[in-house]
Design a protein around this ligand. Structure first.
Ligand code: HEM
Length: 268
């Protein structure tokens, strides 16, 4: 696994002094807070050659991006195809459940992919904006409405709630998502004031770790609902289910984890 070497520069001396002071490696990509407290100086303006700008990609990132995009597309398209192929107008509120849950997982996937190899201040900030827009404007509303749809449908028919592993893991992941959003938003919005000011921005790394744990839980919920529920087993060919709800989530998870950076990160 290739690890980028840090280019020696006069700035790194300054940075290292600051690191010792704060205990946080602000120059090391992905350990620096997503929203730095102070805008870092423009290195190009300070006479730095392009060659000193840290490369963002790593060997394997490209194929992993293709694998992640393809697998999430297979999952999304197959889920929608199965739903639309099975008398969608007679499904009532259930129609919205697979449609919106799969859309939300696609949005979360994009939200993670768009942040992964961002090391420079400008790309980090742009990545953070895309991350928030796709997750807050699409992913969270979709999964909330999709979950409400199935919950409300069951209530209307006096069916008991959370009686399957799918339902239990599903609702647990939704509860976790609420905490995940609070920690993420609280660490970057209003200068981290929700959690006590500038230091709160360091909380984003817990948001990040928690996100990498929550994402597989969403995939597990989708796997259980897609591969095992009586609705899908009764309404789709085995090979489509296998591809959409077992193989695709595994490939997606492996690809997302392969693009993750983890060197030098401490959580405790
Ligand atoms: C992250 C994705 C998903 C989450 C968080 C989720 C969440 C849930 C929850 C909480 C319930 C139980 C509602 C209740 O008992 O009141 C449920 C039920 C159900 N879901 Fe999902 N779901 C997801 C994806 C899917 C997918 C992709 C499918 C099908 C392709 C699906 C099919 C079903 C079915 C058939 C039920 C009713 C039977 C049961 O309770 O297990 N779900 N879902």
């Amino acid at each position: 696994m290739a690890i980028h070497s840090r280019t020696p520069s006069p700035l790194s001396v300054i940075d290292e002094g600051a690191e010792q002071h704060s205990g946080v490696d602000h120059d090391h990509y992905e350990t620096a807070p997503l929203a730095p407290a102070v805008d870092p100086p423009e290195r190009t303006e300070m006479g730095y050659d392009e060659q000193f700008v840290k490369p963002e990609g790593r060997r394997g990132d490209g194929p992993a991006l293709v694998a992640a995009s393809t697998s999430v597309a297979v999952f999304l398209v197959s889920t929608w195809a199965i739903t639309f192929a099975n008398h969608p107008t007679s499904l009532g509120l259930f129609f919205f459940h697979p449609i919106l849950q799969s859309l939300a997982i696609a949005a979360f996937t994009y939200g993670i992919l768009t942040l992964q190899p961002t090391s420079q201040a400008r790309t980090k900030a742009a990545g953070l904006t895309r991350h928030q827009v796709v997750i807050l404007a699409l992913g969270v509303p979709a999964i909330s409405v999709g979950t409400f749809a199935i919950y409300y449908r069951k209530s209307l028919h006096d069916h008991p709630h959370f009686t399957t592993w799918h339902g239990t893991i599903g609702i647990a992941s939704i509860a976790w998502m609420v905490v995940q959003m609070a920690v993420g938003g609280g660490s970057v919005w209003f200068g981290g004031r929700l959690f006590g000011g500038p230091k709160a921005k360091l909380l984003w790394k817990y948001h990040r770790l928690s996100g990498y744990l929550l994402f597989p839980l969403f995939l597990l919920a989708a796997y259980l609902g897609g591969a095992w529920s009586s609705w899908t087993t009764g309404n789709s060919p085995y090979v489509v289910r296998l591809l959409a709800f077992t193989i695709s989530p595994i490939v997606l998870l492996v690809a997302i984890l392969a693009r993750m950076r983890h060197h030098g990160r401490r959580y405790l």
